[in-house]
Design a protein around this ligand. Sequence first.
Ligand SMILES: Nc1ncnc2c1ncn2[C@@H]1O[C@H](COP(=O)(O)OP(=O)(O)O)[C@@H](O)[C@H]1O
Ligand SMILES: [Mg+2]
Length: 274
Amino acid sequence: MGKTMAVTSGKGGVGKSCIAVNLAVALARMGRSTLLVDADFGLGNSALLLGCGVENSIEHVLRGECRAAEVAVEGPEGLVLLPASANGQNAGWELGPGAEDIRADLSLFEAQFEYVIVDTGAGLVPKTIDAAVAVQRMVLVATPEPTAIADAYATMKALLAERSDTAVHLLVNMAESQSEAEELQEKFAELAVRFLGAQIDNRGYIPFDRYVREAAKRQVPFSQINPPPPAAEAIENLALWFDRNESEIRAVGFFDSVLGWEDADWKTQMKVRS
Ligand SMILES: Nc1ncnc2c1ncn2[C@@H]1O[C@H](COP(=O)(O)OP(=O)(O)O)[C@@H](O)[C@H]1O
Ligand SMILES: [Mg+2]
């Protein structure tokens, strides 16, 4: 079973997609087989950021209209993307007819990869929370703005209410300086311990970097720019850290978990059938 990670946040526009995409590129460049799952249904932009042309989307797979392998596209450094549609339709994780086959297809597909990185939509809505708690590690992205701490706190509270054994990594994005990032980290850590009794891992920061926007315009991941701009160096270090620091391996993958395969009723049903 691969290592699973979701990139999430309370607010939109904090850089989740940029981080998820470039983290996936960095891991793939390190030789790790990497699957990037765009779970921002209806607003998917991972394909655009990677410069991948796509036809179908993960929503087609969930509805039972396509197999995962038909929808997946190869991106930079050999990473594989399951794109989300950008048609504005707000789908969830509910499965279409043939739910068991759909689950099995996604589960087997995912099992080929060493890493599964999930780019989630924003906000405290069920489909985002479901995705974020279905992984081993959550990367909680916050920017140094007055409202960011409250947003990140509310998100973490909601996530921990669903599942308390997920490792939470706070990642500050678009910081103007190290001290600005540290200020946010300290305040957040204090809140988390005092009100949630939760330890949070500070995963450092990604500096504000104009190359991030430039790269998005050119549809090239910024982590492929040579020489690497500051944001790319930060992502590289993040990828190295995750690769070196094993988390406890769960027996279930991302899709198993988010689609309810690890649900006890489900397993019982499967046993009864077989
Ligand atoms: N470190 C950064 N420096 C500068 N701009 C950034 C940085 N990270 C993200 N951005 C910009 O912020 C905007 C939102 O990023 P995006 O990844 O789409 O956010 P989200 O997925 O959280 O909605 C984009 O225009 C992106 O180019
Ligand atoms: Mg996004």
